[in-house]
Design a binder for this molecule. Structure first.
Ligand SMILES: Nc1ncnc2c1ncn2[C@@H]1O[C@H](COP(=O)(O)OP(=O)(O)O)[C@@H](O)[C@H]1O
Ligand SMILES: [Mg+2]
Length: 392
């Protein structure tokens, strides 16, 4: 065997428990979310008396929606069990299961991992689920995570059918509680019948984490995942600073993990701020790419024009007049008709809101509405290359 293979495979690591850096990992203690967990406990208390409840949880990415739900529901079913009550909790990720049949299959697999994945209609599966719950004398608590994916693809039929399990009018009333989790406002994505159920339901809104909250979350992961004294204190500060721009705990943990890997690759015993910076540079390029994918074609053409111009001129700013000229030329290159001046301005505003550019008034010496555009974060070279690929 080549020595280098063995050296790398058997080399030591600053990370002692990589599982705890996984996005699915649920830590024993959830930090800075006591109030929110208490709110859920108040909302779901009636379940202990067999009365179902529905709750909507919303908030930006990385605000703890998934981890809080899992933590809370596991505690709830344990407490119910101690009182001799059975609550079956199923957590479904609707980005992975975005049709009614796939979601139902996920729920049925909780009861029977070998339930066949084809051959049953949605109606039949609902019947099987009903029988399972009756046989176990159990209530159902189902969390539909990233539910906008299900609603977009399949509408709210399934949610409606599930809420009907606990209707007064049904023959055998079975308590079914539903948690709808999403980044977006989903009420308007529900049909009228389902809205009437959820309109009255409670909403838990999670805010972005602050810099200091992120610090504590990262600190907890350092203790869980890394060998003692392998992460310099400064690293935690730096990660908290960087992640505070988005308030996203997932991003913070990802930076920590990548910084750890960077240290391992260099075979050093400590994670330093330089490793964090390397991790940031790597992640930035991934984030840029996914953010670019969310832009429309003419927004992309506008951003492309700006980046191309900045690269060519080698300047920090391009004024809006030049940017619009370059946009018109770029449109021709890509066989697109340039949109009106008003539309061009709306594209500028949109890509500014998406965080790609800054626009500021030009100082004296310029007339009228001329403004200066800059690319604060990402090299023009990176932007032009990535957009070129997307415009193909
Ligand atoms: N309050 C918290 N305490 C500890 N870890 C947290 C907390 N909030 C989020 N995390 C961690 O941050 C990551 C993102 O959280 P997640 O629940 O997936 O966010 P969301 O579902 O809102 O996108 C996960 O690894 C999660 O364990
Ligand atoms: Mg989530």
């Amino acid at each position: 065997m080549n020595n280098s293979i063995e050296d790398e495979l058997l080399s030591s690591s600053v990370i002692k428990n990589v599982n705890t850096l996984d996005f699915d990992y649920v830590p024993e203690e959830i930090i800075h979310r006591d109030e929110q967990l208490r709110f859920l406990a108040q909302m779901f208390k009636p379940l202990l008396s067999g009365v179902p409840q529905n709750v909507i949880i919303k908030g930006p990415v990385g605000t703890g929606k998934t981890v809080i739900t899992k933590k809370f529901c596991k505690s709830l079913i344990n407490i119910a069990r101690k009182q001799g009550k059975i609550i079956e909790y199923v957590h479904i990720n609707c980005r992975k299961r975005s049709t009614d049949a796939m979601v139902l299959l996920g729920i049925l697999n909780h009861f029977d991992p070998r339930f066949p994945d084809r051959g049953f209609s949605v109606q039949e599966m609902l019947e099987v689920l009903r029988k399972q719950l009756i046989r176990r004398n159990a209530q159902l608590l189902v969390a539909l995570d990233e539910v906008d994916a299900l609603l977009k693809k399949s509408g709210s039929n399934l949610i409606y059918n599930l809420t009907r399990f606990s209707d007064e009018s049904s023959i055998e009333k079975i308590p079914v509680s539903i948690i709808l989790i999403s980044q977006r406002d989903i009420l308007q994505m529900l049909d009228t019948a389902t809205i009437s159920t959820f309109k009255r339901s409670n909403v838990l809104s999670l805010d972005k984490y602050t810099r200091d909250e992120l610090y504590d979350i990262v600190k907890q992961r350092v203790d869980l995942a890394f060998h003692k004294n392998t992460v310099e204190e400064d690293c935690i500060d730096l990660i908290a600073d960087v992640a505070a721009e988005t308030g996203d705990a997932r991003f913070a943990i990802e930076l920590l993990w990548k910084a750890g890997i960077a240290a391992d690759h260099q075979h050093v015993e400590k994670v330093t701020p330089e490793h964090v910076r390397a991790a940031k540079a790597e992640t930035y390029s991934i984030i840029t790419e996914s953010k670019l994918r969310n832009l429309q074609r003419h927004q992309l053409l506008t951003l492309y024009a700006i980046a191309k111009r900045l690269k060519k001129d080698g300047t920090a700013y391009v004024n809006t007049g030049e940017a619009e000229k370059t946009y018109a030329i770029t449109c021709e290159e890509y066989n697109e008709k340039p949109r009106t001046h008003t539309m061009f301005w709306s594209y500028l505003k949109e890509i500014e809101n998406a965080g790609f550019i800054n626009i500021k008034p030009s100082g004296k010496g310029h007339l009228g509405t001329t403004q200066l555009i800059s690319l604060p974060d990402i090299p023009a070279e990176v932007v032009t290359n990535k957009i070129q690929e997307l415009l193909k």
